[in-house]
Write a protein that binds this ligand. Structure first.
Ligand code: AMP
Ligand code: MG
Length: 415
Protein backbone atom coordinates (compact mmCIF):
# COMPACT_ATOMS: atom_id res chain seq x y z
CA UNK A 1 0.00 0.00 0.00
CA UNK A 2 3.00 2.29 0.21
CA UNK A 3 2.45 3.81 -3.22
CA UNK A 4 -1.05 4.97 -2.23
CA UNK A 5 -1.42 8.46 -0.78
CA UNK A 6 -3.13 8.85 2.61
CA UNK A 7 -6.62 10.40 2.31
CA UNK A 8 -6.00 13.21 4.83
CA UNK A 9 -2.68 14.17 3.29
CA UNK A 10 -4.28 14.14 -0.16
CA UNK A 11 -7.08 16.42 1.06
CA UNK A 12 -4.55 18.76 2.64
CA UNK A 13 -2.71 18.98 -0.69
CA UNK A 14 -5.95 19.66 -2.52
CA UNK A 15 -7.00 22.43 -0.14
CA UNK A 16 -3.56 24.06 -0.36
CA UNK A 17 -4.36 24.69 -4.04
CA UNK A 18 -7.76 26.25 -3.41
CA UNK A 19 -8.20 29.96 -2.81
CA UNK A 20 -11.31 31.90 -1.87
CA UNK A 21 -13.20 33.36 -4.83
CA UNK A 22 -13.76 37.14 -4.97
CA UNK A 23 -16.90 38.81 -3.65
CA UNK A 24 -19.79 40.11 -5.69
CA UNK A 25 -23.00 41.94 -4.83
CA UNK A 26 -26.39 40.43 -5.48
CA UNK A 27 -29.91 41.53 -4.65
CA UNK A 28 -31.20 40.43 -1.28
CA UNK A 29 -33.27 37.44 -2.37
CA UNK A 30 -30.57 36.17 -4.73
CA UNK A 31 -28.26 35.82 -1.73
CA UNK A 32 -30.26 32.83 -0.42
CA UNK A 33 -27.98 29.76 0.03
CA UNK A 34 -24.89 31.81 -0.78
CA UNK A 35 -21.99 32.67 1.52
CA UNK A 36 -21.59 36.13 2.99
CA UNK A 37 -18.27 37.61 1.85
CA UNK A 38 -17.98 40.38 4.45
CA UNK A 39 -19.24 41.16 7.93
CA UNK A 40 -22.52 43.08 7.81
CA UNK A 41 -23.00 45.93 10.28
CA UNK A 42 -26.32 47.59 11.17
CA UNK A 43 -26.20 51.36 10.89
CA UNK A 44 -29.22 51.96 13.09
CA UNK A 45 -31.15 50.39 15.94
CA UNK A 46 -33.73 47.64 15.31
CA UNK A 47 -36.42 48.35 16.28
CA UNK A 48 -35.62 51.98 15.43
CA UNK A 49 -37.95 53.39 18.13
CA UNK A 50 -39.57 52.14 21.35
CA UNK A 51 -42.89 50.56 20.44
CA UNK A 52 -45.82 48.74 21.89
CA UNK A 53 -45.91 44.94 21.89
CA UNK A 54 -49.70 44.91 22.41
CA UNK A 55 -52.81 46.65 21.20
CA UNK A 56 -53.82 48.84 24.16
CA UNK A 57 -53.06 52.15 25.82
CA UNK A 58 -49.71 53.82 26.37
CA UNK A 59 -49.61 55.27 29.87
CA UNK A 60 -47.45 56.52 32.67
CA UNK A 61 -47.02 53.34 34.73
CA UNK A 62 -47.16 55.53 37.85
CA UNK A 63 -50.79 56.42 36.95
CA UNK A 64 -51.86 52.77 37.24
CA UNK A 65 -50.44 51.72 40.61
CA UNK A 66 -53.86 51.54 42.30
CA UNK A 67 -55.71 49.98 39.36
CA UNK A 68 -57.46 46.65 40.04
CA UNK A 69 -60.61 44.87 38.92
CA UNK A 70 -62.64 46.34 41.83
CA UNK A 71 -60.92 49.71 41.83
CA UNK A 72 -60.41 50.70 38.20
CA UNK A 73 -58.37 53.78 37.51
CA UNK A 74 -59.79 56.23 34.99
CA UNK A 75 -57.50 57.97 32.50
CA UNK A 76 -58.26 60.28 29.59
CA UNK A 77 -57.50 59.00 26.12
CA UNK A 78 -56.05 62.04 24.40
CA UNK A 79 -54.09 60.59 21.48
CA UNK A 80 -54.49 57.82 18.94
CA UNK A 81 -51.32 56.16 17.56
CA UNK A 82 -51.86 53.59 14.81
CA UNK A 83 -48.89 51.52 13.54
CA UNK A 84 -46.74 53.61 11.23
CA UNK A 85 -47.68 56.96 12.79
CA UNK A 86 -45.35 59.22 14.74
CA UNK A 87 -46.80 60.46 18.07
CA UNK A 88 -47.52 64.19 17.86
CA UNK A 89 -46.78 65.22 21.43
CA UNK A 90 -45.69 64.15 24.91
CA UNK A 91 -48.14 62.15 27.01
CA UNK A 92 -49.01 64.04 30.20
CA UNK A 93 -49.79 62.44 33.57
CA UNK A 94 -53.39 61.26 33.74
CA UNK A 95 -53.52 60.71 30.00
CA UNK A 96 -53.52 57.56 27.89
CA UNK A 97 -52.80 57.12 24.18
CA UNK A 98 -54.59 54.43 22.23
CA UNK A 99 -51.72 52.50 20.61
CA UNK A 100 -51.47 49.53 18.24
CA UNK A 101 -48.86 46.77 18.24
CA UNK A 102 -45.63 48.02 16.67
CA UNK A 103 -46.63 51.69 16.92
CA UNK A 104 -44.15 54.17 18.36
CA UNK A 105 -44.49 55.01 22.07
CA UNK A 106 -45.17 58.69 22.76
CA UNK A 107 -42.62 60.56 24.88
CA UNK A 108 -43.65 60.46 28.52
CA UNK A 109 -45.34 57.05 28.33
CA UNK A 110 -43.33 54.16 29.79
CA UNK A 111 -45.77 51.22 29.70
CA UNK A 112 -48.73 49.82 27.79
CA UNK A 113 -51.98 48.47 29.22
CA UNK A 114 -53.31 45.71 26.94
CA UNK A 115 -56.84 46.49 25.79
CA UNK A 116 -58.11 43.32 27.55
CA UNK A 117 -57.32 45.01 30.88
CA UNK A 118 -59.52 48.03 30.15
CA UNK A 119 -63.18 48.71 29.50
CA UNK A 120 -62.47 49.78 25.91
CA UNK A 121 -64.51 48.17 23.15
CA UNK A 122 -62.87 48.60 19.77
CA UNK A 123 -64.94 48.31 16.68
CA UNK A 124 -63.58 47.38 13.27
CA UNK A 125 -62.63 50.58 11.47
CA UNK A 126 -61.04 51.92 14.61
CA UNK A 127 -62.76 55.35 14.95
CA UNK A 128 -62.39 56.95 18.38
CA UNK A 129 -63.67 60.35 19.54
CA UNK A 130 -61.08 62.16 21.61
CA UNK A 131 -60.87 62.88 24.41
CA UNK A 132 -62.52 59.77 25.84
CA UNK A 133 -62.44 58.13 29.26
CA UNK A 134 -60.91 54.68 29.72
CA UNK A 135 -61.02 52.47 32.83
CA UNK A 136 -57.86 50.54 33.67
CA UNK A 137 -58.34 47.26 35.59
CA UNK A 138 -54.70 46.33 36.18
CA UNK A 139 -51.54 48.10 37.13
CA UNK A 140 -48.40 47.92 34.97
CA UNK A 141 -44.75 48.52 35.73
CA UNK A 142 -42.49 50.83 33.81
CA UNK A 143 -41.39 49.00 30.63
CA UNK A 144 -44.30 46.55 30.52
CA UNK A 145 -45.36 45.69 26.93
CA UNK A 146 -42.78 48.09 25.52
CA UNK A 147 -40.07 46.94 23.11
CA UNK A 148 -37.18 49.33 23.50
CA UNK A 149 -35.23 50.81 20.60
CA UNK A 150 -32.31 48.54 19.68
CA UNK A 151 -33.80 45.61 21.61
CA UNK A 152 -32.98 43.27 18.67
CA UNK A 153 -30.00 45.01 17.04
CA UNK A 154 -27.90 47.98 18.13
CA UNK A 155 -26.58 50.57 15.70
CA UNK A 156 -22.97 49.62 14.87
CA UNK A 157 -23.43 45.97 15.77
CA UNK A 158 -22.04 43.26 13.44
CA UNK A 159 -25.21 41.29 12.75
CA UNK A 160 -23.79 38.65 10.38
CA UNK A 161 -20.19 37.58 9.93
CA UNK A 162 -18.31 36.73 6.74
CA UNK A 163 -18.63 33.04 5.91
CA UNK A 164 -22.24 32.80 7.08
CA UNK A 165 -24.46 30.66 4.90
CA UNK A 166 -27.52 32.74 4.10
CA UNK A 167 -30.80 31.07 5.07
CA UNK A 168 -34.30 32.50 5.40
CA UNK A 169 -33.56 33.99 8.82
CA UNK A 170 -30.42 35.75 7.56
CA UNK A 171 -32.47 37.15 4.65
CA UNK A 172 -34.98 38.44 7.22
CA UNK A 173 -32.29 40.12 9.33
CA UNK A 174 -30.69 41.66 6.24
CA UNK A 175 -34.09 43.00 5.16
CA UNK A 176 -34.75 44.42 8.64
CA UNK A 177 -31.55 46.48 8.51
CA UNK A 178 -32.36 47.70 5.00
CA UNK A 179 -29.64 45.74 3.21
CA UNK A 180 -30.95 45.57 -0.38
CA UNK A 181 -27.75 44.24 -1.95
CA UNK A 182 -25.62 41.63 -0.23
CA UNK A 183 -21.87 40.98 -0.59
CA UNK A 184 -21.49 37.27 -1.26
CA UNK A 185 -18.65 35.10 -2.50
CA UNK A 186 -18.90 34.42 -6.20
CA UNK A 187 -20.29 30.97 -7.00
CA UNK A 188 -17.67 28.51 -8.27
CA UNK A 189 -18.11 27.58 -11.94
CA UNK A 190 -17.43 23.88 -12.32
CA UNK A 191 -16.82 22.24 -15.69
CA UNK A 192 -17.90 18.58 -15.74
CA UNK A 193 -16.55 16.13 -18.31
CA UNK A 194 -17.19 12.47 -18.91
CA UNK A 195 -15.25 10.13 -21.10
CA UNK A 196 -15.92 6.72 -22.51
CA UNK A 197 -17.00 5.19 -25.84
CA UNK A 198 -19.79 3.42 -24.00
CA UNK A 199 -21.54 6.62 -22.90
CA UNK A 200 -24.68 8.04 -24.46
CA UNK A 201 -26.67 11.01 -23.20
CA UNK A 202 -29.76 10.49 -21.10
CA UNK A 203 -32.23 11.20 -23.90
CA UNK A 204 -30.62 8.70 -26.33
CA UNK A 205 -31.61 5.03 -26.72
CA UNK A 206 -29.08 2.42 -25.63
CA UNK A 207 -27.40 0.55 -28.49
CA UNK A 208 -25.63 -2.72 -27.61
CA UNK A 209 -22.63 -2.10 -25.38
CA UNK A 210 -23.74 1.39 -24.40
CA UNK A 211 -24.81 2.90 -21.05
CA UNK A 212 -26.25 6.26 -20.11
CA UNK A 213 -23.85 8.89 -18.83
CA UNK A 214 -25.07 9.12 -15.23
CA UNK A 215 -21.92 10.61 -13.71
CA UNK A 216 -22.10 13.99 -15.37
CA UNK A 217 -25.68 14.55 -14.21
CA UNK A 218 -24.94 13.28 -10.71
CA UNK A 219 -21.81 15.42 -10.44
CA UNK A 220 -23.71 18.45 -11.75
CA UNK A 221 -26.33 17.85 -9.07
CA UNK A 222 -23.65 17.58 -6.38
CA UNK A 223 -22.01 20.79 -7.58
CA UNK A 224 -25.34 22.62 -7.46
CA UNK A 225 -26.10 21.15 -4.02
CA UNK A 226 -22.87 22.60 -2.65
CA UNK A 227 -23.38 26.03 -4.14
CA UNK A 228 -21.51 25.80 -7.44
CA UNK A 229 -22.62 26.41 -11.01
CA UNK A 230 -22.27 23.15 -12.96
CA UNK A 231 -21.34 23.30 -16.64
CA UNK A 232 -21.76 19.91 -18.35
CA UNK A 233 -19.60 19.17 -21.36
CA UNK A 234 -20.71 16.40 -23.78
CA UNK A 235 -18.95 13.08 -23.13
CA UNK A 236 -15.62 12.56 -24.90
CA UNK A 237 -14.84 9.47 -26.97
CA UNK A 238 -11.91 7.36 -25.77
CA UNK A 239 -9.38 8.98 -28.09
CA UNK A 240 -6.64 11.43 -27.28
CA UNK A 241 -8.05 13.87 -29.84
CA UNK A 242 -11.57 13.85 -28.51
CA UNK A 243 -10.57 14.03 -24.84
CA UNK A 244 -8.20 16.91 -25.67
CA UNK A 245 -10.96 18.71 -27.61
CA UNK A 246 -13.44 18.38 -24.74
CA UNK A 247 -10.92 19.57 -22.14
CA UNK A 248 -10.11 22.60 -24.33
CA UNK A 249 -13.82 23.27 -24.67
CA UNK A 250 -14.13 23.14 -20.87
CA UNK A 251 -11.21 25.56 -20.36
CA UNK A 252 -12.72 28.05 -22.81
CA UNK A 253 -15.69 28.34 -20.45
CA UNK A 254 -13.40 29.75 -17.73
CA UNK A 255 -14.26 27.37 -14.93
CA UNK A 256 -12.94 27.71 -11.38
CA UNK A 257 -12.65 23.92 -11.08
CA UNK A 258 -12.59 21.14 -13.66
CA UNK A 259 -14.05 17.74 -12.84
CA UNK A 260 -13.82 14.73 -15.07
CA UNK A 261 -14.92 11.21 -14.42
CA UNK A 262 -13.45 7.98 -15.80
CA UNK A 263 -10.38 7.39 -17.87
CA UNK A 264 -7.96 7.63 -14.94
CA UNK A 265 -7.53 3.95 -14.12
CA UNK A 266 -5.05 1.74 -15.94
CA UNK A 267 -7.18 0.51 -18.84
CA UNK A 268 -5.84 0.58 -22.38
CA UNK A 269 -8.23 3.41 -23.31
CA UNK A 270 -7.75 5.54 -20.23
CA UNK A 271 -6.39 8.58 -21.99
CA UNK A 272 -7.50 11.34 -19.61
CA UNK A 273 -4.27 11.10 -17.68
CA UNK A 274 -2.23 11.57 -20.85
CA UNK A 275 -4.19 14.66 -21.85
CA UNK A 276 -3.80 16.21 -18.40
CA UNK A 277 -0.04 15.64 -18.55
CA UNK A 278 -0.11 17.43 -21.88
CA UNK A 279 -2.37 20.41 -21.00
CA UNK A 280 -1.55 20.72 -17.31
CA UNK A 281 -0.12 18.59 -14.58
CA UNK A 282 -1.10 15.78 -12.26
CA UNK A 283 -0.02 16.34 -8.65
CA UNK A 284 -1.10 12.97 -7.36
CA UNK A 285 -2.89 9.90 -8.48
CA UNK A 286 -3.91 6.79 -6.55
CA UNK A 287 -5.28 7.32 -3.05
CA UNK A 288 -5.44 4.87 -0.18
CA UNK A 289 -9.22 4.92 -0.48
CA UNK A 290 -12.02 2.50 -1.24
CA UNK A 291 -13.97 3.06 -3.37
CA UNK A 292 -12.07 5.69 -5.33
CA UNK A 293 -8.41 4.66 -5.46
CA UNK A 294 -7.72 6.02 -8.98
CA UNK A 295 -8.41 9.68 -8.16
CA UNK A 296 -6.19 12.19 -9.96
CA UNK A 297 -5.66 15.74 -8.76
CA UNK A 298 -3.70 18.43 -10.51
CA UNK A 299 -4.17 21.60 -12.48
CA UNK A 300 -5.36 22.45 -15.93
CA UNK A 301 -5.08 25.94 -17.38
CA UNK A 302 -4.05 27.05 -13.89
CA UNK A 303 -7.29 25.75 -12.36
CA UNK A 304 -7.67 22.84 -9.94
CA UNK A 305 -8.53 19.62 -11.72
CA UNK A 306 -10.05 16.44 -10.30
CA UNK A 307 -10.00 13.27 -12.34
CA UNK A 308 -12.63 11.20 -10.55
CA UNK A 309 -13.00 7.46 -11.06
CA UNK A 310 -15.59 6.28 -13.58
CA UNK A 311 -17.57 3.97 -11.35
CA UNK A 312 -20.50 6.08 -10.19
CA UNK A 313 -20.23 5.25 -6.48
CA UNK A 314 -16.49 5.90 -6.54
CA UNK A 315 -17.11 9.21 -8.30
CA UNK A 316 -19.64 10.17 -5.65
CA UNK A 317 -17.47 9.14 -2.70
CA UNK A 318 -14.40 10.94 -4.05
CA UNK A 319 -16.56 14.01 -4.69
CA UNK A 320 -17.72 13.89 -1.08
CA UNK A 321 -14.24 13.40 0.35
CA UNK A 322 -12.27 15.79 -1.88
CA UNK A 323 -14.34 17.98 -4.18
CA UNK A 324 -16.97 19.08 -1.67
CA UNK A 325 -14.41 20.52 0.80
CA UNK A 326 -12.66 22.23 -2.13
CA UNK A 327 -15.92 23.80 -3.34
CA UNK A 328 -16.76 24.95 0.17
CA UNK A 329 -13.32 26.49 0.59
CA UNK A 330 -13.67 28.28 -2.77
CA UNK A 331 -16.90 29.87 -1.62
CA UNK A 332 -15.64 30.64 1.87
CA UNK A 333 -18.05 28.31 3.60
CA UNK A 334 -17.57 25.63 6.22
CA UNK A 335 -18.62 22.01 6.09
CA UNK A 336 -21.68 21.31 8.19
CA UNK A 337 -22.16 17.66 7.20
CA UNK A 338 -22.38 15.84 10.49
CA UNK A 339 -20.50 12.67 11.29
CA UNK A 340 -22.05 10.45 13.94
CA UNK A 341 -20.76 7.34 15.68
CA UNK A 342 -22.67 4.13 14.94
CA UNK A 343 -22.44 0.56 16.21
CA UNK A 344 -21.77 -2.13 13.60
CA UNK A 345 -24.23 -5.03 13.49
CA UNK A 346 -21.96 -7.44 11.65
CA UNK A 347 -18.28 -8.35 11.38
CA UNK A 348 -16.46 -6.60 8.55
CA UNK A 349 -13.41 -7.32 6.50
CA UNK A 350 -11.48 -4.47 4.96
CA UNK A 351 -8.39 -4.36 2.75
CA UNK A 352 -6.35 -1.81 4.67
CA UNK A 353 -7.48 1.14 2.57
CA UNK A 354 -9.68 3.84 4.16
CA UNK A 355 -13.13 2.54 3.22
CA UNK A 356 -16.42 4.35 2.86
CA UNK A 357 -19.23 1.80 3.08
CA UNK A 358 -22.87 2.53 2.37
CA UNK A 359 -25.01 1.95 5.46
CA UNK A 360 -28.57 2.28 6.70
CA UNK A 361 -28.88 3.72 10.19
CA UNK A 362 -31.38 2.89 12.90
CA UNK A 363 -31.80 4.07 16.48
CA UNK A 364 -31.61 1.10 18.88
CA UNK A 365 -31.25 1.28 22.69
CA UNK A 366 -30.00 4.85 22.57
CA UNK A 367 -27.32 4.13 19.93
CA UNK A 368 -27.12 4.57 16.20
CA UNK A 369 -26.75 1.17 14.59
CA UNK A 370 -25.28 0.74 11.08
CA UNK A 371 -26.21 -2.01 8.61
CA UNK A 372 -24.68 -2.46 5.16
CA UNK A 373 -26.98 -1.64 2.22
CA UNK A 374 -26.71 -4.96 0.36
CA UNK A 375 -24.18 -4.75 -2.44
CA UNK A 376 -21.13 -2.54 -1.96
CA UNK A 377 -20.23 -2.72 -5.66
CA UNK A 378 -18.90 0.64 -6.77
CA UNK A 379 -21.03 0.39 -9.88
CA UNK A 380 -24.31 0.02 -7.98
CA UNK A 381 -25.58 3.55 -7.60
CA UNK A 382 -28.86 2.51 -5.97
CA UNK A 383 -26.80 1.70 -2.86
CA UNK A 384 -26.26 5.47 -2.57
CA UNK A 385 -30.01 6.03 -2.81
CA UNK A 386 -30.65 3.55 -0.01
CA UNK A 387 -27.80 4.68 2.20
CA UNK A 388 -28.26 7.03 5.15
CA UNK A 389 -24.53 7.51 5.39
CA UNK A 390 -21.00 6.37 4.62
CA UNK A 391 -19.39 4.29 7.33
CA UNK A 392 -15.68 5.00 7.53
CA UNK A 393 -13.31 2.10 8.19
CA UNK A 394 -9.88 3.59 8.95
CA UNK A 395 -6.78 2.65 6.99
CA UNK A 396 -4.72 -0.36 8.08
CA UNK A 397 -7.78 -2.09 9.55
CA UNK A 398 -8.44 -5.58 8.20
CA UNK A 399 -11.21 -6.74 10.58
CA UNK A 400 -13.93 -4.91 12.43
CA UNK A 401 -16.08 -6.84 14.86
CA UNK A 402 -19.81 -6.46 15.33
CA UNK A 403 -20.48 -4.16 18.29
CA UNK A 404 -17.63 -1.79 17.49
CA UNK A 405 -18.38 1.90 16.91
CA UNK A 406 -17.22 3.65 13.75
CA UNK A 407 -17.88 7.14 12.31
CA UNK A 408 -20.61 7.58 9.71
CA UNK A 409 -20.81 10.64 7.45
CA UNK A 410 -24.45 11.41 6.93
CA UNK A 411 -25.92 11.54 3.44
CA UNK A 412 -29.34 12.69 4.62
CA UNK A 413 -31.02 14.24 7.63
CA UNK A 414 -31.94 11.67 10.25
CA UNK A 415 -35.43 11.91 11.66
P1 AMP B 1 -13.13 3.81 -16.51
O1 AMP B 1 -12.57 4.67 -15.43
O2 AMP B 1 -13.23 4.54 -17.80
O3 AMP B 1 -12.42 2.51 -16.62
O4 AMP B 1 -14.64 3.48 -16.09
C1 AMP B 1 -14.94 2.69 -14.97
C2 AMP B 1 -16.41 2.28 -14.97
O5 AMP B 1 -17.22 3.42 -14.83
C3 AMP B 1 -16.86 1.62 -16.26
O6 AMP B 1 -17.78 0.59 -15.92
C4 AMP B 1 -17.56 2.71 -16.98
O7 AMP B 1 -18.52 2.26 -17.91
C5 AMP B 1 -18.20 3.47 -15.85
N1 AMP B 1 -18.42 4.86 -16.22
C6 AMP B 1 -17.49 5.69 -16.69
N2 AMP B 1 -18.00 6.90 -16.95
C7 AMP B 1 -19.31 6.84 -16.61
C8 AMP B 1 -20.37 7.78 -16.65
N3 AMP B 1 -20.18 9.03 -17.06
N4 AMP B 1 -21.59 7.38 -16.24
C9 AMP B 1 -21.76 6.11 -15.80
N5 AMP B 1 -20.81 5.18 -15.73
C10 AMP B 1 -19.58 5.53 -16.15
MG1 MG C 1 -13.60 4.36 -19.71
Amino acid sequence: MTDLLNVDQALEQVLAHITLLPAEKVSLFESLNRTLAEDVTADSDIPPFPNSSMDGFAVHAADTTLAAQDTPQQLTVSMDIPAGAAPQRTLERGEAARIMTGAQMPDGADAVIPVENTDAQWKPGGEINLPAPVKIYRSVKSGDYVRSAGEDIHAGQIVLTAGTNIRAQEIGVLASIGCATVPITRQPRVAILSSGDELVDVDQPLAPGKIHDSNSYMLAALVATYGGIPIRIPAARDTLEDVRRRFREALDLQPDIILSSAGVSVGAFDVVRAVIDELGQVNFWRINLRPGKPLAFGSLGGKPFFGLPGNPVSAMVTFDVFVRPALLKLRGSVDHTPTIQAVLTEDLRSDGRRSYLRVKLARENGNWVARMTGTQSSGALTSMVLADGLLIVPEDVLHVQAGQKLPVRLLRNLD
